[in-house]
Design a protein around this ligand. Structure first.
Ligand SMILES: O=C[C@H](O)COP(=O)(O)O
Length: 371
């Protein structure tokens, strides 16, 4: 389950974030940069307003010397927050700083933030785990330099999440994210996705929080288990014929055509060690959207491109059939997709094109309905 973190700067904004379903209320002053800390008094006020309805996180500015660092964390803990985030420095003494925070990690969930646009050092992850940190979160330091997803590919973000999970660390992602990024990031397996700009009027992270924007992001992230149960109950009614399933027989086609990329592919010895051109044609049959021009109703072709890039990043694949199967499988991970046709062609083998075309259907579609 991926949680939605909403950065807020006041108790009023915290109420909006809560009302529209944020899972973690993150105290932050966006005017003071990517990890701008609020004052202790402001954090206390938000903690009091949230009153345990959801966990609250706060940012600590990491002072240079150890004594002041400990004091800053102690003060943050006293505010009653459940998570404390801080920017992990990329200085040579980072491992020492991490080790010095081990006693603090026993008392509060510590999250180290790594900035994707400042050459993050992923070799520090084991030290975080050793010191008992709760997790690591990627964010962007300079919001005008693009979204996290522009800086790191979905494949690289998935690797980050997997490395965290191997070390039993929670993995968080944030960084000028926009609504269309959400379905793309869900496949990374991140535990938390964090937002500020996307929750504000006109996407301005220093502007006011917008209830509609918070609701949109909430709807794009699969809901909490209790809501899933509610949906299951609705499916039960559908199964018994009490209510009609929404547009259950109607599909539209989202496609990616003539997408050509260089790829290491082929079973012959001479096909190893270099790339050849591979063309992708993908047609995804998706459940028809009820509302038009609304992100919530959309399965994006970006997701198909991401899936292809992830397969490419995994290295040499001997058979185009394997590529087609993997691609079909990852497109079908998205619930709106009912069936997918994937055509994968090698363009440099013969004067024309050679390859494979497969069609795969979602089999759990009917099984989602309880007996
Ligand atoms: O912790 C999450 C952030 O506050 C993200 O802010 P942003 O979406 O404006 O980059």
């Amino acid at each position: 389950m991926t949680l939605m973190l909403a950065s807020v700067l006041s108790r009023e904004e915290a109420e909006t974030a809560l009302a529209y379903g944020a899972d973690i209320i993150d105290c932050k002053d966006p005017a003071r940069g990517a990890l701008g800390a609020l004052s202790l008094a402001q954090i206390k006020e938000i903690v009091a307003a949230v009153a345990g309805r959801r966990p609250v996180s706060a940012v600590v500015d990491l002072p240079h010397d150890a004594a002041h660092a400990r004091q800053a964390f102690e003060e943050a803990i006293e505010t009653g927050v459940e998570y404390v985030k801080f920017a992990l420095p990329s200085t040579p003494d980072a491992d020492e700083i991490i080790a010095a925070l081990a006693p603090i990690a026993k008392r509060v969930k510590l999250v180290a933030v790594l900035f994707a646009d400042l050459h993050p050092d992923f070799s520090r992850l084991p030290a975080l785990a050793k010191a008992g940190f709760h997790g690591a979160m990627l964010d962007t330091a300079h919001k005008h330099n693009g979204r996290l997803i522009d800086i790191m590919t979905v494949g690289a973000l998935s690797e980050f999440a997997a490395s965290c999970h191997e070390l039993r660390l929670a993995a968080g992602l944030a960084g000028a994210l926009e609504p269309p990024d959400v379905p793309r990031l869900l496949v990374t397996g991140a535990d938390v996705i964090g937002f500020r700009g996307a929750l504000c009027e006109q996407g301005d992270r220093q502007g006011a929080l917008s209830a509609a924007a918070v609701a949109l992001i909430r709807d794009l992230i699969p809901t909490r288990p209790d809501v899933v149960e509610e949906m299951a109950a609705e499916w039960a009614l559908i199964a018994r014929g009490f209510i009609q399933p929404p547009g259950v027989d109607d599909t539209d086609c989202v496609f990616l055509h003539d997408y050509v990329l260089p790829m290491e592919v082929g079973a012959y010895a001479h096909e190893y060690g270099h790339t050849q051109r591979v063309r992708f044609n993908v047609d995804a049959e998706v459940t028809r959207a009820e509302i038009s021009d609304d992100m919530r109703a959309v399965f994006s072709y970006d997701v198909i491109m991401d899936a292809i890039k992830m397969i490419l990043a995994s290295g040499h694949v001997a058979m185009v059939e394997t590529i087609a199967e993997r691609l079909a499988e990852s497109v079908l991970l998205h619930e709106r997709v009912r069936a997918v046709t994937v055509q994968v062609e090698k363009l440099d083998v013969a004067p024309g094109a050679v390859g494979v075309k497969i069609r795969r259907e979602r089999h759990d579609h009917k099984r989602a309905v309880p007996d």
